[in-house]
Ligand binder design. Structure first.
Ligand code: CLF
Ligand code: SF4
Length: 293
């Protein structure tokens, strides 16, 4: 029954360092960089680094094949026993590389049925893949939603590539926003805990953020994570100031009235490993993987 299902989901959230503040000192997550391609172009991304939706720009990740992802998972689990979550957060978009993402998850699920899986996506392909996500038993999905208005979206997204076509400006943004909202609703209906990341871009979407929070709450989102813009070199927003902690907290306080707010996000890399804020990914770099100690 529904209550049993939601209790089960909450039990899992107890061990998820991003969904539970209490869990973030106790449980580790690892990101598997199995998703290099992206199907949209955010103006805050410079396409050289990990997806800025979920990750800090600055360091390119190695990209792993599904068998390499399984091998890395096993190595990390051996050395970090409190590892509870395996996330796929780029370096591009988890769903733009669905075959790789799906295969990596299936291999790890077969090896260890206890793992909590977590996906981060721009949401463009959710109408296509949300049913599979539900069937696979994935209970944690993050969707980055920066606005609800396609005209505002035209200032944030350069283009969207959807079903073999490239759509620019508000046309592309409209498709993206529609798919994000439809996807969130579907996932939430089937018991997936949806986290919505919002990149706060001063002068572009900041005054619109409370409206985004209310809308995704109405669709069943579990939590929102308002993140500061980190202006990436070479991106359209390169010259923008980084959102200050004070502005960010003010916005989170305002939105907390409607929906619970994540406040401990560390804007991780697509290959981050360990406790949030204590990255151990270098211990598991490619070279070491080939010559295990
Ligand atoms: Fe990774 Fe994201 Fe899952 Fe967490 S990160 S895919 S929900 S397991 Fe966490 Fe890192 Fe913030 Fe993301 S601290 S960037 S919110
Ligand atoms: Fe870059 Fe991520 Fe946006 Fe794709 S979704 S363009 S990888 S920030």
């Amino acid at each position: 029954d529904n209550r049993k299902v939601s209790q089960d989901v909450l039990n899992k959230t107890d061990k998820h360092p991003c969904y539970s503040f209490e869990a973030h000192h106790k449980y580790a997550r690892m990101h598997l960089p199995v998703a290099p391609a992206c199907n949209i172009s955010c103006n805050y991304c410079n396409r050289k680094y990990d997806c800025s939706n979920e990750s800090r720009p600055g360091v390119t990740s190695e990209v792993l094949s599904p068998p390499e992802a399984l091998a890395k998972y096993k190595l990390v689990k051996e050395r970090i026993p409190n590892l509870s979550v395996v996330g796929i957060a780029g370096p591009g978009d988890a769903l733009a590389n669905w075959a790789n993402t799906r295969k990596s998850i299936e291999l790890i699920q077969q090896a260890d049925p206890e793992v909590i899986f977590c996906l981060s996506t721009n949401g463009l392909m959710l109408p296509e893949f949300a049913p599979e996500i539900v069937e696979m038993g994935i209970k944690h999905v993050t969707v980055t939603v920066n606005c609800l208005d396609p005209y505002l979206g035209a200032k944030i997204y350069k283009y969207v590539k959807y079903k073999g076509q490239r759509y620019e400006g508000s046309w592309g943004a409209g498709i993206l926003i529609n798919n994000q909202l439809e996807g969130i609703k579907y996932l939430a209906q089937f018991g997936v805990l949806v986290k919505v990341n919002i990149v706060m871009i001063p002068g572009i979407n900041d005054s619109h953020i409370p409206e985004v929070v209310r809308k995704v709450k109405e669709l069943g989102a579990f939590i929102t994570n308002i993140m500061p813009l980190i202006p990436a070199d070479g991106s359209v927003f390169a010259e923008f100031p980084q959102t200050s902690k004070k502005e960010l907290d003010k916005m989170r306080d305002l939105c907390q009235v409607d929906l619970q707010q994540m406040r401990h996000c560390k804007q991780c890399r697509a290959d981050a490993i360990g406790l949030l804020g204590d990255d151990r990914s270098l211990e598991f770099s490619c070279k070491e993987k080939k010559e295990p100690v």
